[in-house]
Design a protein around this ligand. Structure first.
Ligand SMILES: Cc1cc2nc3c(=O)[nH]c(=O)nc-3n(C[C@H](O)[C@H](O)[C@H](O)COP(=O)(O)OP(=O)(O)OC[C@H]3O[C@@H](n4cnc5c(N)ncnc54)[C@H](O)[C@@H]3O)c2cc1C
Length: 209
């Protein structure tokens, strides 16, 4: 299984803001990012698309009320760290943009400055070690877990559990990748698509009999 790491930096801002959700969202060549401002705290971050690091889900009991053992293994692959480095550069550009000037505090003796809650971006963009550290310490989830029941491994192309006739898995666990920024629309379309296939199969079978 896999999950998309999310990395964010948090800013204390000098202006009072409406309590709002995501203000700006986008998909860059290096992956999606978004920014949220809540009262006096701003959050800017992004999701690492198509992570290569994979984790595992293991049942530890035949009792369905016992939670499985889940291990995410975020950033265990260097390619994911490299992608996070790209995200750091996108965030650096956002912070340098004119639109962000109003969120700086005025420097009495020097230039205006951002006030961070928690880590800030490393000064030196070529310092791979400090970027990797930032990626690991600011790591969160976007709750886009996927890939536990992949097609041709656990389910067939009609999402039927291989070897079992009457169980299908129709959810993000069949995804090789979590699409775009958010998976829910795709999950809903998948449900409709498979539902229509089931209805079609039933009407074909009804005609045959
Ligand atoms: C905090 C959070 C924020 C998210 N934000 C977004 C977002 O903004 N946009 C987006 O696209 N995606 C978002 N996601 C991801 C999205 O919610 C999931 O990808 C999607 O809901 C997965 O759909 P699902 O049908 O597989 O699972 P779920 O939506 O979790 O549905 C599973 C259902 O099964 C029920 N259930 C579980 N066990 C049993 C049982 N034993 N018997 C009967 N019923 C049971 C649960 O109560 C639940 O209703 C978010 C996820 C989280 C956790």
């Amino acid at each position: 299984m896999a999950d998309n790491p999310r990395n964010e930096i948090n800013l204390l801002v000098p202006v009072r803001l409406d309590d709002v959700g995501v203000r700006v969202a986008g998909i860059t060549e290096s992956g999606p990012f978004d920014s949220t401002f809540k009262l006096k705290c701003g959050v800017i971050g992004g999701k690492i698309s198509r992570p290569i690091s994979t984790g595992s889900v293991n049942l530890i009991s035949s009792d369905v009320t016992v939670s499985p053992k889940v291990r995410f293994n975020y950033y265990s692959h260097t390619e994911d760290i490299r992608q996070c480095g790209n995200l750091v550069e996108v965030l650096r550009k956002v912070l340098k943009s004119e639109a962000m000037e109003e969120y700086k505090f005025s420097g009495i003796l020097g230039p205006n400055f951002f006030s961070y809650i928690g880590p800030s971006l490393p000064e030196d963009s070529s310092n791979e070690e400090s970027i990797a550290t930032l990626c690991r310490v600011t790591l969160l989830t976007f709750w886009h877990m996927h890939g536990r029941c992949l097609v041709n491994k656990v389910v067939d192309s009609r999402l039927k559990v291989i070897g079992v006739d009457s169980i299908r898995v129709v959810d993000p666990s069949t995804f090789f990748n979590s699409p775009g920024t958010n998976p829910q629309a795709t999950v809903m379309m998948l449900g409709r698509y498979i539902g229509e296939k089931i209805l079609n199969d039933r009407s074909v079978n009804a005609i045959r009999h």
